[in-house]
Design a binder for this molecule. Structure first.
Ligand SMILES: NC(=O)c1ccc[n+]([C@@H]2O[C@H](COP(=O)([O-])OP(=O)(O)OC[C@H]3O[C@@H](n4cnc5c(N)ncnc54)[C@H](OP(=O)(O)O)[C@@H]3O)[C@@H](O)[C@H]2O)c1
Length: 312
């Protein structure tokens, strides 16, 4: 996906440029690509970058063919963090229709944002995963040049884990510790993910990659670092693994989107400390400067920046 001498290549972002990844994709691609987006709500940043917004729910696009006209590369990023099963099924089916239409139309490249392996029971039963995997399968069965990119947890301003934890720690001076905290995470900057999308989109090598950031942390080391960035001693309310999942389920039942029970089970299963992506020309961003920046904002009295909420 590099800029050539002719007209700028057209990137179709199914999911748009308003989400965590979408914002970074807009920053990465808007200087040398035209961008067309398909999503439902206005996204700040899209109008001033000249993004051609097709206001549609990807689950309900009646025909993908006109949307695919002139497209060089498709990035599929639309998904929900939490929603009823039927919404995952509908969106998954819409994305499978997109994949088939792209295959028929001879689109050159497709990048799908998927997720790393999860515990077997979640893979079998959780609509978030079963429907995501159905899209992955449809892509593998197509004749498209594709990369399925499976990033671990992402960080960026307004993310839904580190920024939220930072806000909680600043406010309550302690954090819940799920289990013993010795399982691993390797946070990846969403800006690096957008660079990975560029590189993989150019390669289009019919492959699936699971990608993380530069350091594989023990979860507790990372939360210790988070307290350090705030200049606070690390203090925890210890919860057994079972009670951690129960707490998340309770919050979920009360309508909170802070953390979901499946996310805690995934974290505790120690599958999120995946290896770093090896192919970028510049080093992957480390998490410490990000935490320091966010902590400074909090100390200066900015409200804890939160995510925009998952399933709308
Ligand atoms: N965040 C992470 O840590 C992480 C980790 C691994 C993988 N991923 C994957 O990366 C992708 C992007 O994640 P994200 O964190 O950027 O999510 P996000 O912030 O929730 O953004 C997702 C975007 O998808 C759009 N969308 C949702 N449902 C849609 C629908 N039915 N039709 C059209 N657009 C729809 C939403 O825009 P509208 O509201 O305007 O429709 C939203 O801006 C997802 O596929 C996710 O599974 C994320």
């Amino acid at each position: 996906m590099s800029a050539g001498a002719g007209p700028r290549p057209l990137l179709l972002v199914v999911g748009g440029c308003g989400g965590l990844v979408g914002r970074a994709v807009l920053e990465e691609f808007s200087s040398d690509h035209r961008i067309r987006s398909v999503h439902r709500h206005p996204a700040e940043g899209e109008p001033e970058h000249g993004v051609e917004w097709i206001r549609q729910d990807a689950a309900e696009v009646p025909a993908w063919e006109p949307i695919l006209e002139g497209v060089d590369t498709i990035l599929v990023s639309a998904w929900f963090r939490q929603a009823p099963r039927r919404r995952f099924v509908k969106l998954g089916a819409g994305l499978v229709r997109l994949v088939r239409a792209a295959d028929r139309a001879g689109i050159r490249r497709l990048v799908h944002l998927s997720v790393p392996d999860a515990p077997e029971e979640l893979e079998r039963t959780l609509p978030y995963l079963t429907e995501k995997r159905a899209v992955d399968r449809a892509i593998r069965e197509s004749s498209l040049q594709y990369t399925i990119v499976r990033p671990t947890m992402l960080f960026a301003e307004r993310d839904r884990l580190l920024t939220v934890l930072l806000g909680l720690a600043a406010r309550y001076r302690r954090l819940p510790m799920f289990g013993d905290g010795t399982y691993h995470v390797s946070p990846l900057a969403s800006r690096d993910l957008s660079r990975i999308v560029r590189r993989e989109g150019a390669a289009g090598s019919r492959t699936t990659i699971t990608v993380g950031g530069p350091r594989r942390w023990e979860y507790r080391e990372l939360t210790d670092e988070l307290f350090r960035s705030l200049g606070l001693p690390a203090r925890y309310v210890s919860l057994s693994p079972r009670n951690s999942v129960r707490l998340a389920a309770l919050l979920e039942a009360l309508g909170s989107s802070l953390v979901y029970a499946y996310e805690i089970r995934w974290l505790l299963s120690d599958r999120l400390g995946v290896p770093p992506y090896p192919g970028l020309p510049q080093p992957l961003e480390t998490v410490e400067p990000f935490l320091a920046r966010q902590a400074r904002r909090l100390r200066q009295g900015a409200p804890p920046p939160g995510g925009r909420g998952p399933a709308r």
